[in-house]
Unconditional design. Sequence first.
Length: 279
Amino acid sequence: MIQPEATVVGYEGPYFWCPQICDGTQPPEHVIPEALGAPDGAVLSDVCKGCNHGTLAGLDQALVASLDIVRWMAGVPNKRGEPSGIATRSNLFAENTKDEGRVAYVNMGPGDVTLPSGRVLKAPTRAPNSVAANIKVEGREAEINGRAMMLHHPDCSRGLHKIAVESIALTVGKTSGWAAGREAARDPSLENARRYVMEGGAPRIVFYAADGPEPAYRHALRLPFKGPEGHVVEFLLCGIRFTVDLTPAQTRVPYLKKCFEALRGNTGWTWLPILDHVA
Ligand SMILES: [Zn+2]
């Protein structure tokens, strides 16, 4: 359990993500999106309302859309405390119901389908948010298989970079004090990663890996690794282990690839953006 970050009385420096000066009225910024079941204490107190409810909220939504199936399987409530469902896939709708537990509807095609509730499930396409499903009948049994992409939202990598940069402030702050955390998170080597979070641009790589053979749905933030070129941050989000090279030109990527290969071989890990290496 992460303890809440203390409110800093009298702080008059710049906000975390923009050069405006803090006025002390900003809402808490959740390092891990609330809708994914954020730990209470993992918040920053110096992110302005404009950034928080604008760009950063959009990145949180990209992460939620990318991890919606994992969240639904784990039965995590959304930030209003309601059971989470899946509503961002074109041909799949899922909910957690009181009577029947987890229920999912998949349209396997060929045409659109209207559910009893009136919701339309589109015919499957090759788009990343469309789920591929097939049914195989063998004698008296039918087997249904589905394949859904995860981490497919185009802003997913930016959202993960947001978590990585904010986690530096939070974790260094917990161990060495608030000011040290902010200084670490404002290191000049983070400039490119910060610009990528706020403005986008050419996609940056993020590695991800299974957290053990039976991963549990949980989040964990760790202290960053700091080398001469900059930071590498590792964290656990929804039970998935992410590794983010925050150096200006991601010069640690080849080394990190070698580490993953040495430790895990060819399975159980890969990287974003997905389109680079999925045919
Ligand atoms: Zn701002």
